[in-house]
Design a protein. Sequence first.
Length: 370
Amino acid sequence: MHARLIATGVLGVAALGLAVYRAARRNATADDRQAATRPAPEARGTMPPQQPAHNQAKAMSTPLTTASPDRQATHPRRVPRWLLVAPPLALLGLIGVTALLPGDYRIASTLGIVQGLGEFLPISSSAHLILTPWLFGWNQRPAAFFNTLTYDVALHLGTLLALLGFFWRDWISLLRAAPRPRTPDGRLFWLIALASLPGAAIGFVLDSVAEDYFRDQYLVIAAALAVMGVILYLADRLGARRVELEGIGWGRALLIGLAQSLAFVPGVSRSGSTMTMGRALGLTRETAARFSFLMSAPITAGALLWKLKDVEPAVMTAVPFWLGIGMSFAVGVLAIGFLLRYLRSNSFLPFVIYRLALAALVVIVYIARG
């Protein structure tokens, strides 16, 4: 069973890599052809007309399905520097508070921070929840509550609340429009539902087996981190920047959903695989992240409800249990807001470098410990 599980993961990642490469090349070729046939503003003797101030302000509000692909593709919105600096500073404050906490409180808070970051940044939360206790030696305490499935449930509850809290207006609009699939928001709702199906099916079949097997397969996790980092880099480098939410069709939604189904392998990353496929299919970076976050809410909620049956009521009275939930919620909100703003004018390269560096660290520590 374990050999089949590894084979499934390897073949899935390989298939994703091939699909990403072919889709990215196809979109890049199409963009090159459009650029070659489109006359430049200087050649026409005129410059593009300027938008009125009230239209510019309206475009900056970024509604669900109304955006200007051409404007965003050629002129990415500039983000005030303080909006990019504030989340890291807040995160440093939370880390400082965590360092002052004793024993299990510090561990619970640390893993909450890890979950909040890893769930939304393309770096794999499942890999970090396995690697963090291993690197710090916390997994030598097998009876500790944070080494149980119960604690994983707690952490995912925090990030689910972060998703719902950050996108609550979006979800109200989507749910209201669901009975009208011909409207933009109604169509987006059913695209998200379609994209959630592959991940739900794969998770139902392999989730419990994968959790038990991959918990000590550190070299497999390192390989997944590195390989998916390279695939993310290629997709981001070759991918076009022209498709917004309204340009996502049924085919794109299904392919992104299939990419999400590979997240059962720690190190692949649910957000990383979906953003990678989104970029390969021509989505702008911000759109790829936004669609990834929206489609993660149903599958996270489903997995949480499925696992709640294993939670012992007595554990829910422990303070560290709720501390982990609170920390993953707070950091999750910071991570979502930061990434959406960051990707308006920046690439995924820092996350690629981080994945490769972490993979190298895991290999070095594994060899050193013999």
